[in-house]
Design a protein around this ligand. Sequence first.
Ligand SMILES: *Cc1c(COP(=O)(O)O)cnc(C)c1O
Length: 240
Amino acid sequence: MTTIGNRLQDILATIHSITSVNQGRPVNQCNQPVQLLAVSKAQTSQAIREAYFAGQTRFGENYLQEALDKQTQLNDLAIEWHFIGPIQSNKTQLIAQNFAWVHSVDRLKIAQRLNDARPPDIAPLQVCIQVNTSNELSKSGVSQGELVALAAAIVKMPRLKLRGLMSIPEPSKDYNKQRSQFKQVRECYDALLAQGFALDTLSIGMSDDYQAAIEEGSTIVRIGSALFGTRAISNKSLAP
Ligand SMILES: *Cc1c(COP(=O)(O)O)cnc(C)c1O
């Protein structure tokens, strides 16, 4: 097996062990298993191909042009593409046309444009609202105060399907801090459920904190470097 294949098996085993040992963790409504989204930004198409043939079918990309190039190179594979990066309004059309999911919807204008551009002959675009629980002005994501209004607007859009929330908390090496940050996202999610929104997705957890995220009820972990190793493509736009 390849290195990527080995790492994939290790990550899946870790996910499995957390979910089976801790039956008491908060579970999502549908009680579905935690899914792995392989974050392939700055990785080569060859690395994606390797992960695909080791069994991984969902891949997340942050930069539109890079993603479109890889989609062309990998169009022989049945990959489910997720867009997880910041969205500029002039990119919404191509995003709506070329992805199954978008995790990073953070304002009404972007949601409306994605809805309007989603082709009628394919399934609605599956979306998560990116929420920023720390309310730092510099980070993307809606504040908790703006969340309900945006969710209410999105569920009225026929070409979008609201699935849940995504968040990128401040990185921390401290497990308890990781847990408490994810718990805040989880509480936003629970509040929306309590208000009648039908959600099934909590997209939280990356290479360094996915175990804490799963303990707090993650349903999709987005993992890049722990699967692929250090990012390979040098790309100025990847900074910081
Ligand atoms: C890069 C990125 C990830 C993966 O980060 P790793 O630390 O490499 O696992 C997950 N989510 C988003 C939004 C990212 O930009």
